[in-house]
Design a protein around this ligand. Sequence first.
Ligand SMILES: Nc1nc2c(ncn2[C@@H]2O[C@H](COP(=O)(O)OP(=O)(O)OP(=O)(O)O)[C@@H](O)[C@H]2O)c(=O)[nH]1
Ligand SMILES: [Mg+2]
Length: 430
Amino acid sequence: MNGFTSILESAVIWSMENGLFFAVLIAAALLPMLLLFFLERLSGPRQLDVPREESEAEAAVELAEPRPVAAEAPPLVETLPVETAAESAPPAPAVEEPIPPAAPPAPAVEEPIPPAALPAPPVEAPKPRVRLRDRLARTSENLVGRLGGILSGRKVDADLLDELEALLFTADLGVATAESLLDAVRSKASGADASVVHEVLREAMYEKLRRVESETSSGPGSSDGPHVILVLGVNGSGKTTTIGKLAARYAGEGKQVLLGAGDTFRAAATEQLQVWGERVGCEVITGKPGGDPAAVAFDTVKAAIARGADVCIVDTAGRLQTKKPLMEELGKIHRVLSRDLPDAPHECLLVLDSNTGQNAISQARLFTEVAKITGLVLTKLDGTAKGGVIVGLADEFEIPVRYVGVGEGVEDLRDFDAREFIDALFPERD
Ligand SMILES: Nc1nc2c(ncn2[C@@H]2O[C@H](COP(=O)(O)OP(=O)(O)OP(=O)(O)O)[C@@H](O)[C@H]2O)c(=O)[nH]1
Ligand SMILES: [Mg+2]
């Protein structure tokens, strides 16, 4: 080092003497910098260069992974595992390819799904109205079909009248009605061609049914305040189902409907009505299980007045017409309905299952003793051969038949129309 300094001193003296002082000064300043540079190169490759290359490769793999999903969205089963995708797609071309800006993975998730991509809600297709004739087919066959068998090619004589009597007595019309129809045949068709019997019976039955067609003015709006309907009947006759169908019909007409779960007796009866309430979109007033049904009836009318409802329909527990205390309970329910609304109930519907045949006549007899029945509903006419009972009911009670139930669907409650009913029962021969 001393040698180096003495060389430097002699060089400076020599360069000062020879006018080269400044050139030597610059060279002396550059020399340490050059030394440092070479020392660094000798100690190994620069650390910064390596990670840069690696990070580019990683970036290539990362970008190569999501792109096929975002750009092409292949089915999941065909998606290659990440490693395989990274291996099969070389990193360099993946980086070079421009990433489509419109489909980066994260924003694609956050973007709201356009409405067109949502699954369409199930739309209940409106069911075509089934012909009443098809629904009454079994009753029609039992009554009119059998008639065809005994009438063909004959005259109306004593033998034929005997056979006709047997037929009418087994057609669930009721004894009195069967006799009255037989009288009509005797007086209008004796000695005539038997084909006339068909027409005589058809018109005689129509006359009986025509008298029990209900007034169209007896519905909601015919009095001030809510139109109150009380629904009665034996177990399983179709009360709750009829209430649901009726509520749907009134709601469809734009009326505000309220239901009262007056069947506090049967477990799940309230829930059954609530299901209908949800389906129809109307409120259901409920009570405690085993509670007083009259209290529910009272609360329902009160709520209907308070809400300004157009119609309120009160369900009741099914009861055997032979159980006296249960039948007396109906009288109480009937009375409390009129506490806040003197005219209520505006309708008291007795629901009768057509399958019970002549027992429906016995039910009607006992229910009319404890409640002022204003209308009948004949249910399940679609699955029975005993629908002839409607003629017997019309004949004996002269209570309007408000509706007929011809199926379990919400659209299967029909207004009773005597002409339509007779036409369906006595179809034109094809
Ligand atoms: N086929 C057919 N079934 C009906 C009709 N009306 C009611 N039903 C069915 O009859 C059964 C009994 O009906 P509900 O409405 O529960 O009878 P309910 O009188 O309220 O019975 P309880 O509350 O037990 O007294 C249900 O399965 C209904 O779907 C109808 O017109 N046709
Ligand atoms: Mg019920």
